[in-house]
Design a binder for this molecule. Structure first.
Ligand code: SF4
Length: 178
């Protein structure tokens, strides 16, 4: 991996933070999956969410098969963070930047796995569970769907998820160097 080239390219994008981390620092926990099951309306409704993504153990083993991950964040100021529609509208630009970053990584290695935000919203009605995902190359499961404790990463890397009217979105792009 030519990190100098990658960082130069990332520097051209409207990212707040970007950092390559070792995947063995990630914390996986069933507690995160419990929140998916009990609190998320998307549970069992998408290929990008549990249970379709597999058990936490399977997700962990898939993530840890990649030694490194690129962590990226974007921040957007909204008028009123309590306005859910306005806050969620900032997600699509983050997903697009995540896709662009995945393309940059793919210029250097074909083996990239992306976890991003919330449930996949590409199709009006997800094909789960009746048919395969229609756009697997564009479908990014969310970080939490894999049982990853995002608050632990935030503490270790100084990410503030919400403060004032600032919305922070966060993605992890796992990759294997050639
Ligand atoms: S791309 Fe479509 S079928 Fe695939 S996970 Fe997203 S919404 Fe579901």
């Amino acid at each position: 991996m030519d990190y100098e080239k990658l960082y130069a390219q990332l520097g051209q994008l409207p990212l707040c933070q970007y950092e390559v981390i070792d995947t063995d620092e990630l914390v996986f926990t069933e507690r995160v999956r419990y929140v998916c099951e009990t609190e998320c309306p998307m549970y069992n409704k998408s290929w990008a969410c549990p249970p379709a993504v597999g058990t936490v153990e399977e997700c962990k083993s898939r993530c840890l098969s990649y030694p490194k991950a690129l962590m990226i964040t974007t921040v957007t100021e909204v008028r009123d963070i309590a306005d859910l529609a306005e806050t969620l509208a900032t997600r699509a630009p983050h997903e697009e930047i995540t896709r662009q970053v995945s393309e940059l990584l793919r210029q250097q290695t074909a083996d990239v796995m992306v976890l991003s935000t919330e449930a996949c919203a590409h199709c009006e009605h997800c094909a789960w569970p009746d048919a395969p995902c229609r756009h697997p190359e564009r479908m990014f499961p969310c970080v939490e769907s894999h049982g990853i404790l995002a608050t632990d990463i935030a503490e270790k890397h100084g990410i503030e998820f919400f403060g004032g009217n600032i919305v922070t979105w966060f993605s992890l792009l796992f990759f294997r160097e050639k």
